[in-house]
Design a protein around this ligand. Structure first.
Ligand code: PMP
Length: 427
């Protein structure tokens, strides 16, 4: 497979953009090759600048659950754009999407739209601090909640991939307010709460951690956090930026029947347009400006194009059997990949929930970041390159989840399994 055009574009990009990319993991740095530049996409496929076609399991890092360029989403965006791209004034579309979101998540009585997942988590934390009058927050090692200062402490995703889980540029005076615990370790959380009694504003977590691969909450973990937060007056922030509208229409919370006080959303609710949202109990949300004093704002918040893409997307997700089909496609892929890996002596461990999955290059199981970090990332890099070369595009890091879309058909899945089989064999 030739990547001449991508190589040329990357060289040009590096002249003007740090590292040649606008988000670090796109650079493919940890998998030992240069990035492919995408020129177009349709359904489950993306095509690069050299015309190579790939079956795509990145899905723009989660949003494209319908597949790329779904006609109804494109129609909604173009129809809206014809009437103007942004007004900085309220529109009916914002209320329409807000209502859809609140109907999907019974604990979201009110929701505010922002333009990224980072803004959603950053704002939710400010609100939790304003609401409780406390400064400290608690997050989990390997969870990624965007790149706000207080959240780039022991972070997952690209921060973990590139070995800078705690970023330079975050003042120690900020970082000291961020407590970190081991994912799935309730005992550690209890000890931290006891040691910081009355000081913790919120606990924030990914209900399934997709930024260290695909780590599921052990039985009782989410329930235990819920009970601790209720008992201690701590705001439980469930970051469903990745899992929202993916693991079920009501996200991980519907799937596991544990509900946060505040919820962060992003990705799918924008149908591929820049979006984020945070919401929860009216009692907390009404502390936001202009109703309350906690300030939060955005020139492009509730942008009409993003709102219409989100409304079109969610309308399609509501169709009967949608999540059942995502489950079936993902289970089929899982079975094929497990069998393919099983025919070799490689150490691999496949973890999945719904349309979100990861192949770890180790025996597993993986229940926290320290365990995820034991994976053979060199083997992952070779696997990634072998797949790419056969027209299968997965996330270029061991510490990221793969995503199934409705557009993946049996042929795509069979070709992926065959490519994986050859890749495993070549390792
Ligand atoms: N929270 C989670 C769980 C995420 O996965 C991400 C991004 N992958 C974010 C927050 C940040 O979202 P964004 O990249 O849109 O700022």
């Amino acid at each position: 497979m030739e990547h001449k055009e991508s190589a040329k574009l990357f060289a040009q990009a590096k002249q003007f953009i740090p590292g040649g990319v606008n988000s670090p993991v796109r650079a493919f740095k940890s998998v030992g090759c240069d990035p492919v530049f995408i020129s177009r996409a349709q359904g489950a496929h993306v095509v690069d600048a050299d015309g190579n076609d790939y079956i795509d399991y990145v899905g723009s890092w989660g949003p494209m659950i319908l597949g790329h360029a779904h006609p109804k989403v494109i129609e909604a965006i173009t129809r809206t754009a014809a009437s103007g791209c942004s007004f900085g004034a309220p529109t009916a579309l914002e209320t329409q999407l807000a209502q859809m979101v609140c109907e999907a998540y019974p604990n979201m009585e009110k929701v505010r739209m922002v333009s990224s997942g980072t803004e959603a988590t950053m704002s939710a934390i400010r609100l939790a601090r304003g609401y409780t009058g406390r400064d400290k927050i608690l997050k989990f090692d390997g969870c990624y909640h965007g790149h706000a200062d207080s959240l780039l402490v022991k972070a997952g995703s690209g921060a973990a991939t590139y070995g800078v889980p705690t970023s330079p540029g975050v003042p120690a005076d900020f970082a000291k307010h961020t407590l970190t615990a081991t994912y799935n370790d309730l005992g550690e959380v209890k000890a931290l709460i006891a040691a910081n009694s009355g000081d913790i504003a919120c606990i924030i977590l990914e209900p399934v951690a997709g930024n260290m691969g695909c780590v599921l909450p052990q039985k009782g973990f989410l329930e235990g956090l819920r009970a601790l937060c209720t008992a201690e007056g701590i705001v439980l922030i469930i970051d469903e930026v990745m899992t929202g509208f993916r693991l079920a229409y009501g996200g991980a919370q519907e799937r596991f029947q544990v509900w946060g006080d505040l919820v962060c959303l992003g990705k799918i609710i924008g149908g591929g347009m820049p979006v984020g949202a945070f919401g929860g109990k009216a009692e907390i949300m009404d502390r936001l400006s202009p109703q309350g004093g906690v300030y939060q704002a955005g020139t492009l918040s509730g942008n009409p194009l993003a709102m219409s893409a989100g409304i079109a997307t969610l309308s399609l997700l509501k169709e009967e059997g949608f999540y059942q089909q995502i489950e079936e496609k993902s289970a089929y892929l899982e079975q094929g990949l497990r069998q393919a890996a099983g025919r070799t002596s490689l150490q691999t461990c496949f973890q999945r929930v719904g349309g979100m999955f990861c192949t770890y290059f180790q025996n597993g199981p993986v229940d926290n970041f320290a365990q995820a970090a034991q994976s053979d990332t060199d083997a992952f890099g070779r696997f990634f390159r072998k797949l790419l070369d056969q027209g299968v595009y997965i996330a270029p890091s061991q510490f990221e989840a793969g995503f199934m879309s409705m557009a993946h058909n049996r042929d795509d899945l069979d070709r992926t399994i065959e490519a994986a089989e050859r890749a495993f064999a070549a390792l």
